[in-house]
Design a protein around this ligand. Structure first.
Ligand code: C2E
Ligand code: CA
Ligand code: CA
Ligand code: CA
Length: 274
């Protein structure tokens, strides 16, 4: 078997058949995993650059598979999107995360990722409302992250985002710069924050063009009265360039990796990364 990486699920031993079989087995596993309580959330902080204080945490789902160990979302979210399993999984993530966040200091915000499939499903507004009601979390503390693909999606998806914003939650444009989004869409959507994709952040120290792009995105965000966060910040050098470009918020391994809640010491008023 040529299982290359940690949590690798596809074994190329006997060619395609084996791959398909494994995918199928995983699909069945995925359906049962929710009932069996095999999903868990890890949390990564996002930071206000000027003060170094934690503004909130992003919930990132993991699958603790009984045989394969901890599986990263990139390996099962696409499958869950294909099978529709993302709808109940996404609802679980929302309720679990809102319940966790309801116990944090009230200044801490919660960011949850939404799949385009959840937005197309039609009941996402009810799902968000239900998670808020069950947890008692104030809607204004919730940020829902969507990628540029939602702007290419149908009008139901866009209407759903507007309804979510009406609830008082924030809608965040994730991975900005990786898709095909036309800038004109930005003004038409209820985004209150843009997250600069970590690809740009990684290139910052070596690519002057990346600096120019980050500077331009930052200026655009300011013009449109949106917040801006750089994701995937790994070094102090990247942070300093971002700061100079006017970027106000950051997230990345430089500050903290995603971790289970039980391993996180929740910040008190004074704690910061300065
Ligand atoms: P994302 O929303 O862009 O999340 C950021 C990803 O970058 C996370 O990977 C995080 O661990 C990683 N990351 C954070 N800081 C750094 C850094 O400094 N360097 C590097 N190299 N990576 C960093 P993760 O947790 O594996 O999640 C991958 C993707 O899976 C997420 O990308 C998101 O699109 C999706 N995802 C995660 N949880 C959920 C969920 O509950 N629902 C949905 N629909 N998608 C999710
Ligand atoms: Ca995200
Ligand atoms: Ca992202
Ligand atoms: Ca991403």
């Amino acid at each position: 078997a040529k299982a290359a990486g940690r949590g690798n699920l596809v074994v190329y031993e006997h060619g395609m058949d084996m791959v398909v079989q494994d995918q199928h087995a995983l699909e069945i596993d995925l359906r049962l995993a929710l009932q069996r309580g095999e999903f868990e959330l890890h949390y990564q902080p996002f930071i206000k650059i000027s003060t170094g204080e934690i503004s909130g945490f992003e919930a990132l789902v993991r699958w603790r598979h009984p045989q394969h160990g901890l599986i990263a979302p990139d390996r099962f979210i696409p499958l869950a999107e294909e099978t529709g399993g993302i709808v109940p999984l996404g609802a679980w993530v929302l309720e679990r995360a809102c319940t966790d966040a309801s116990k944090w200091p009230a200044t801490m915000r919660l960011a949850v990722n939404l799949s385009p499939v959840q937005l197309r499903n039609g009941r996402i507004v009810e799902t968000v409302q239900a998670a808020l009601a069950a947890s008692g979390l104030d809607a204004t503390r919730l940020e829902l992250e969507v990628t540029e693909t939602v702007m290419l999606a149908g009008s139901e998806s866009r209407e759903a985002l507007k309804a979510i914003a009406t609830l008082g939650a924030s809608v965040v444009l994730d991975d900005f710069g990786t898709g095909y989004a036309s800038l004109s869409y930005l003004a038409d959507m209820p985004f209150s924050k843009i997250k600069i994709d970590r690809g740009f952040v990684a290139d910052l120290p070596t690519h002057p063009t990346s600096r120019a792009i980050v500077g331009a995105i930052t200026n655009l965000a300011r013009e449109l009265d949106m917040e801006i966060t750089a994701e995937g910040v790994e070094t102090e050098e990247q942070l300093l360039i971002l700061k100079a470009a006017g970027c106000t918020n950051a997230q990345g391994f430089y500050f903290a990796r995603p971790r289970p809640l039980c391993d996180i010491e929740l910040p008190t008023r004074q704690q910061s990364f300065n």
